[in-house]
Ligand binder design. Structure first.
Ligand code: ATP
Ligand code: MG
Length: 878
């Protein structure tokens, strides 16, 4: 047998099946397309599912692929068995209602024994217990002796996944020789050890199962096979494991080089070496398919794999960053089959390096803490880490449970996993029970009640936007925390903060809090009872611990704009009192960085003129450049200044008075501009009633006003473009168009009546005499009820005396009308009864007065019969 390389074997397989009429396709992405049932592609058939279920038509009835696969379910096996990787390549040939068992079995045998040259004596097929057909093919047609064919039960040899297409399989095992065996007397095909390894699985999809054990034979039977490329290579190259085949061997050697370790010296080291070797392959391929490390879904699978690799690297004594360097070797040996690896190599290196850096930080922190915990356990003579501790590591320090487990295992210790789960549940319960009051990020407001009452925060941000202070308390979304790490959502408390918390109608500041190596994005700032100010947000990088010195930085642009809007609100209030009268009282206000909202008492809608006057006053005071002055004083003193206090508001012993020149004086705790000039412009964009006697104004300032006008201008341009003119001529153009349209409207009207009259000419010769009374019964198309009445009147006039019946068919609908002149009625004609008698024939019902009646129906096919029946009824009436 020739010693073929992995890249050669891949090609040999695909060429072989191409020769058997198969369409060879490139591997699909590891990320499933339109398939929510699967996190990652785990078999060659997975991306072809729509062809098997018949949802889509395959480009060819025979296909072959070499598919990248990830099996996280095998993660515990990695490094411990010879045949499992989390990443591997699966060779597969597929038949969609084309060839079946006979060919599939024969070709797999031909490929293994003739193309690759594996020793036929060492190959053992297995079939499903009841699949005599496959058994016979193996025995009679291929010539495998009966004692070498194994029959296995459903568990091993029946492929089924819920309901849908399913069927028996036939696996091919390769005997790698006694030296790989477990030595047990009953060791044979099917044993869990590494002597007989399954290399190929042929699935015969011949049934449709209902998921309850009932099977129906499929009309179009399919073939789905899968052979691990690495396992095939291990057999062909006659090496110990998939980690010894040519391509992976090169990578494994690199790992040993970095670790300065020799392979096959220490079992424990070897396991770590194999884990790193496998995981870096998985990670490299996953990133090349666009997966990014994250805390959920496939992103989490990737994160876990990278972190595990990094951790085992450390166990091997690798101190420097090494993942991206190893990834280079992966790319080098696989880029022929997967050019995307090479194309995206810089990106892959980047992602790996970033994740490795992040994890190193977490590990350093967590390890120190875990070591302390272990020391404590040793002192107390315990071998089990409490679930509570393990949970704390996981929850507070982002240290994964599986890592805790592994580290403990190395020290012959273990963790109380049940305790871990119950600690997690307790926390979840607590969170659920407390979820009555939540802030917008979903955090339980009640978690804040657990903070030490001694802890308070001082606002120091009227004039400063940055400040350094000490972290005094931290919470996650639902519990107190000693630290917050990467990616966690939580709340930070400090002694002194420049962040303004939502209060007095002014929205909170946003910005950043940083510590050495850490950054937290503040998305909201809240004022809590007990004088605490909480900064809610997310840790972008690093770790935040109680006691850390933090630099707090308010987003300047957002604060500046909020100040403009808040100061403008004071000017607005005064202007409203000036224009509308002193009954105007503030009923509420809300100021953010992009607009202001002011609610006030007033009993009618403001006129356009009033709005303009208010705007002008405010803009004049802006232009006047009034100094804004703030002072703290007692409430009595404040009242003497004539400050406008809010009705029903509680004030403390001292209050803050905000004055803008001599124009406005208000009690206010908010932040303001230093001079009204900075507001630059003010514009009311809406005025509306929100309750009886309460109006609401929304307005813009500064750049908001300019952006608003810009938008209006763009709209104007667009409108002008639509009617093919420029904004300056838009009004003139629209006036023209309106008068043109009026002319056209009247032309349409006259055309319509002309058309109706023309129709009249044709119906005059349809008049019949029924017992001396003229009857005009006719059918028209497309005339609605209004037009029908008009037409009826015209016909009536035209015939002088008599009865008119018109049926109009409009799409699937029928309109009927009957009219009788005075004379006809005198002679006994009754339009109402006539309609009653014929409307049933067109699928409707109706009636009316003797001289006039109408109805609607749903059956146009009955129109002719209805016209004939009209004559009969009239005859009986007379
Ligand atoms: P095993 O019992 O050895 O885990 P399996 O029954 O899970 O194998 P299948 O689901 O039938 O395997 O997959 C088809 C083929 O894919 C197998 O015959 C094997 O060659 C290969 N294969 C499966 N899992 C892995 C893995 N984790 N690493 C490498 N190759 C694998
Ligand atoms: Mg398996």
């Amino acid at each position: 047998m020739k010693n073929y390389g992995v890249n050669e074997l891949r090609k040999m397989f695909l060429d072989f099946f191409e020769g058997k009429g198969h369409l060879v396709m490139k591997s699909f992405s590891l990320v499933p397309h339109n398939d929510n049932s699967l996190l990652l592609i785990n078999a060659g058939m997975a991306p072809l599912k729509p062809y098997f279920t018949g949802q889509e038509i395959p480009p060819c009835n025979r296909m072959a692929t070499c598919q990248k696969c990830i099996r996280t379910g095998d993660i515990e096996n990695i490094g411990k068995t010879a045949r499992h990787g989390t990443f591997f390549e699966m060779l597969g040939n597929f038949s969609f209602g084309d060839y079946f068992k006979k060919e599939a079995i024969a070709w797999s045998w031909e490929f293994l024994t003739e193309v690759v040259g594996l020793d036929a004596d060492r190959l053992y097929p297995s079939v499903y217990l009841e699949d005599d057909e496959a058994y016979e093919i193996w025995n009679k047609e291929i010539g495998v002796p009966k004692d070498k064919i194994f029959r296995f039960g459903k568990e091993d040899n029946f492929w089924e996944h819920g309901s849908g297409p399913c069927g028996p399989c036939s696996e091919i095992y390769y005997d790698r020789g006694e030296k790989y065996g477990c030595g047990k007397p009953d060791c044979t095909v099917g044993c869990d050890c590494d002597r007989y390894i399954e290399i190929w699985n042929n699935v015969f999809t011949q049934f449709n199962g209902d998921g309850k054990g009932n099977y129906e034979l499929l009309e179009n039977k399919n073939i789905d096979t899968g052979m691990g490329l690495e396992r095939l290579a291990a057999a062909v190259q006659d090496v110990d494991s998939i980690f010894d085949v040519d391509t992976i061997h090169a990578l494994r050697t690199k790992v040993c080089e970095f670790a300065d370790k020799e392979y096959k010296k220490e079992y424990k080291d070897d396991v770590s070496i194999r884990i790193v070797t496998d995981h870096i392959r998985s990670a490299t391929f996953m990133i090349s398919d666009g997966i990014m490390p994250s805390n959920e879904g496939r992103g989490y699978v990737l994160r876990r794999i990278i972190r595990r690799a990094s951790r085992h690297g450390r166990l091997l004594g690798i101190e420097d960053m090494f993942l991206s360097k190893l990834s280079e070797t992966v790319i080098e040996s696989s880029k022929d089959g997967y050019p995307e690896l090479f194309e995206k190599k810089d990106f892959i290196f980047n992602v790996l390096t970033q994740e490795e850096t992040k994890f190193n930080k977490t590990i350093d922190q967590g390890l120190t803490i875990l070591n302390d915990m272990c020391d404590e356990m040793k002192k107390e003579g315990k071998t089990e880490l409490s679930g509570e501790y393990a949970f704390k590591l996981h929850d507070t320090y982002g240290f994964p449970l599986d890592l805790t487990k592994e580290i403990l295992e190395e020290k012959n210790l273990h963790v109380d996993e049940e305790g871990f789960l119950s600690a997690m549940n307790v926390q979840k319960e607590k969170a659920r029970g407390a979820r009555k009051e939540t802030n917008y990020m979903g955090a339980d407001a009640t978690v804040y009640e657990e903070i030490d009452v001694e802890i308070t925060s001082k606002f120091v941000g009227y004039d400063n936007l940055t400040h350094i202070s000490k972290i005094t308390a931290l919470t996650t979304e639902d519990s107190l925390a000693e630290a917050l790490t990467d990616g966690q959502i939580g709340t930070i408390f400090v002694e002194e903060t420049p962040f303004y918390a939502t209060m007095g109608g002014q929205a909170a500041d946003v910005g950043f809090i940083s510590v050495e190596g850490g950054k937290f994005k503040v998305e909201d700032t809240i004022k809590l009872s007990g004088g605490k100010i909480g900064h809610i947000g997310i840790v972008i990088e690093g770790m935040f611990k109680i006691g850390d010195r933090a630099v707090l930085t308010v987003d300047e642009k957002s604060r500046t704009n909020t100040c403009k809007n808040h100061s403008a609100t004071h000017l607005l209030q005064k202007a409203l009192r000036t224009v509308l009268g002193s009954h105007v009282e503030q009923a509420g206000s809300f100021v953010t960085n992009d607009r202001l909202r002011f609610d006030f008492s007033h009993f009618s809608a403001m006129t356009g003129e009033e709005i303009s006057r208010v705007e002008k006053i405010v803009n004049d005071e802006i232009a006047a450049g009034l100094l804004v002055d703030t002072q703290e004083m007692s409430i009595e003193e404040a009242k003497k200044t004539g400050a406008m206090a809010l009705f029903g508001e509680k004030y403390g012993a001292t209050v803050r008075v905000v004055r803008m020149g001599d124009f406005s004086t208000e009690l206010c705790g908010g932040t303001h501009v230093n001079n009204t000039h900075s507001i630059s412009a003010f514009k009311i964009i809406s005025e509306a009633g929100i309750a009886a006697g309460v109006r609401r104004i929304e307005a813009l300032t500064g750049n908001g006003v300019f952006a608003y006008y810009q938008e209006l201008e763009d709209m104007l341009e667009q409108a002008a473009k639509i009617v093919k003119t420029n904004p300056a001529s838009l009004i003139e153009k629209l006036e023209h168009m309106m008068s043109d349209s009026k002319v056209m409207q009247s032309e349409i009207e006259s055309l319509k009546s002309k058309a109706a009259k023309e129709a009249l000419g044709d119906v005059m010769d349809q008049i019949k005499l029924v017992k001396g009374v003229k009857l005009l019964a006719t059918k028209v198309n497309g005339i609605e009820m209004n037009g029908l009445r008009e037409l009826g009147d015209q016909l009536k006039e035209k015939i002088g005396e008599g009865v008119v019946v018109i049926i109009s068919v409009v799409d699937e609908k029928v309109n009927l009308i009957a009219m009788a002149t005075e004379q006809a009625v005198k002679k006994g004609a009754h339009a109402g009864n006539l309609i009653k008698g014929i409307s049933g024939l067109v699928g409707g019902s109706g009636g009316g007065r003797p001289n006039m009646a109408q109805a609607g129906g749903k059956n146009p096919n009955g129109a002719e019969a209805a016209l004939i029946e009209a004559a009969n009824i009239l005859e009986n009436q007379l």
